[in-house]
Design a binder for this molecule. Sequence first.
Ligand code: OOG
Ligand code: MG
Length: 263
Amino acid sequence: MKLDAQTIAGLAAHLESCELEARDTPKITDEHPQMDWDDAYAIQDAIRRRKTDRGHRIIGLKAGLTSHAKMKQMGVETPVFGFLADNFAVPEGGECRVSELIHPKVEPEIAFVTRRALKGPGCHIGAVLAATDFVLPGIEVIDSRYRDFKFDLKSVVADNTSAARFVVGGRAIPASEVDLRTIGIVLEKNGEPVAFGAGAAVLGHPAAAIAMLANHLGARGEEIPAGTLILSGGITEAVAVAAGDSVTLRVQGMGSVGLRFVE
Ligand code: OOG
Ligand code: MG
């Protein structure tokens, strides 16, 4: 750790107020270039504690930057992990208020729900599939608090990996019923297909993203508990949205899920 406890608390307060007030900020590594990975996750953990202290529940986890399309779009090379709080959830077919966000983008993802806890090190795709209750389509709405979505990996980890809103729905199926590598997805905005892909875009197999998360947590003495919802990461580049847009994700064999963006 390179930052002291007071600086970490201050940066968490700053980033969370940017989130709550829909206000952007330059990336925090500009002022704190010495910040390391442990500092970045410590800032994210402090944001998480601010939320639970105010009575919010953490209802899931997420992996991000798990596809080459996303890594290329953001100019980075390693996956990152974050959390989902209860107020991030949008009901299936529901409304997402853009006035509460800075510059939202949508990502097509496969969501996992675990039946058993997953613990690293050594977690692999097989262990993830064995511990998965079901998989279902999910759309993540990301909203980096950093000006113009310009960040480096440590800054984005501290900012809870741009997590803002998400919706899951469609048809939930056992992971054994599909080949998650070859399932096709189509993301539609206002009825027009805007992005296409297949599950393998996420680290060769979306379950690999869940295994990486379990191994990341294992290194910190933590695990993925049973019954956790996890977003495995955008399959394609993220697509910008504005008030008036409606977005639908169709996943082969898993139906569709959607939401509408309102002022
Ligand atoms: C970071 C979050 C990326 C994903 O699915 O790749 C992410 C960002 O691009 O702002 O959630
Ligand atoms: Mg995502």
